[in-house]
Design a binder for this molecule. Structure first.
Ligand code: SF4
Length: 320
């Protein structure tokens, strides 16, 4: 059976179930790279340009890990997921970056994902299936099965990606934090040094962008000053506004990658909104030099500050 490599980085956590179901239904074996670890990071740093952000370096590491283990690697170019919206230029250029920095790659399957309507998506699925010489009938069945399976993506994230996080166990009185950021920063627990697990072990409940449905985050992502034209940006900002305005979280931690242009635009309005609603907000920026002890100290300090505020309503941190 032909092996299709799936690098565990960038939009892996957003679309894994869709593509896995699709390829399996076409009788192709999906081989995901292992979870990010020090070896993957080192492979990425060795092959990627220094200026790239940490998630892009890590993605290079996953591709380098897979290159001798599979028959081809699937690297969709996610250009546009909604009409008049785009993705970060690094997603658009990732295939060119990989081709110029990693030698002896197996064939890359790189469909352009540029969606204006549902028909576009169907056409892309058909074009991918034809690259594997599959018949229209096989592709049609795989497409239907993949769409159905994809509806369970949010459940998959909660059960498989952050298994410690289980809503049924929520206990009254626990602090609830919203962990914001691009999916590959939030769900890659090597990149963020196990932030979600650390918080959970300290008795904190977690909300992420996958807690909100698309209609809701789109409604709240309306920004009076400027239209957000990045799809993930809308998801991040819409989720934040919805949960802040609904008073549904006690604090927010934003996980950012050093040098990320999108985050530099997204963080300010969310921080301001949190300030207006008196909700504590902290940004943690990661790159390959970030030290874990520093992260632990900041988490402790943030939680202590929240505790003091709950015990003494008038307590305000010194930066105000
Ligand atoms: S959005 Fe930011 S973190 Fe993501 S690929 Fe672009 S620059 Fe890197």
């Amino acid at each position: 059976m032909k092996k299709v490599g799936m690098p565990r980085g960038l939009y892996y956590y957003d679309y894994y179930l869709l593509w896995e179901a699709y390829f399996n239904s076409l009788n192709l074996e999906v081989v995901s790279s292992i979870k990010t670890n020090k070896d993957i990071l080192d492979l990425g740093i060795a092959s990627c340009v220094d200026e790239a952000c940490l998630p892009v370096k890590i993605y290079h590491g996953h591709v380098a890990y897979l290159k001798d283990k599979v028959d081809c690697i699937f690297i969709p170019k996610y250009i546009r997921l909604h009409k008049k919206e785009y993705n970060c230029p690094k997603h658009l250029g990732i295939v060119d970056m990989l081709n110029s920095s990693i030698e002896n790659l197996p064939p890359l399957i790189t469909p352009k994902i540029e969606l204006n309507n549902k028909a576009d998506f169907k056409n892309i699925m058909y074009s991918v299936g034809r690259e594997f010489k599959k018949s229209n009938k096989e592709i049609k069945n795989a497409y239907k099965y993949a769409r159905k399976t994809f509806s369970k993506q949010d459940d998959w994230i909660q059960k498989m990606v952050i298994p410690d996080y289980n809503k049924k166990e929520l206990k009254k009185g626990r602090i609830k934090l919203l962990i914001l950021g691009h999916s590959y920063n939030v769900y890659d627990d090597f990149l963020n040094m196990g932030l979600i697990k650390k918080l959970y072990n300290k008795g904190v409940d977690i909300a992420t962008v996958n807690d909100i449905n698309e209609n809701e985050y789109r409604l709240y992502s309306y920004n009076k000053n400027k239209r957000i034209f990045w799809t993930q940006g809308r998801k991040i900002i819409g989720t934040a506004y919805s949960l802040i305005e609904g008073h549904k979280v006690d604090g927010i931690i934003y996980i950012s990658a050093f040098g990320c242009g999108l985050d530099s635009v997204l963080i300010y309005p969310i921080e301001k909104k949190s300030h207006d609603y008196n909700i504590p907000f902290m940004t943690i920026t990661f790159d390959e030099h970030t030290g874990e002890a520093g992260i632990d100290t900041r988490i402790e300090a943030f939680l202590d500050m929240m505790k003091w505020r709950s015990e003494s309503e008038n307590y305000l941190p010194s930066f105000r």
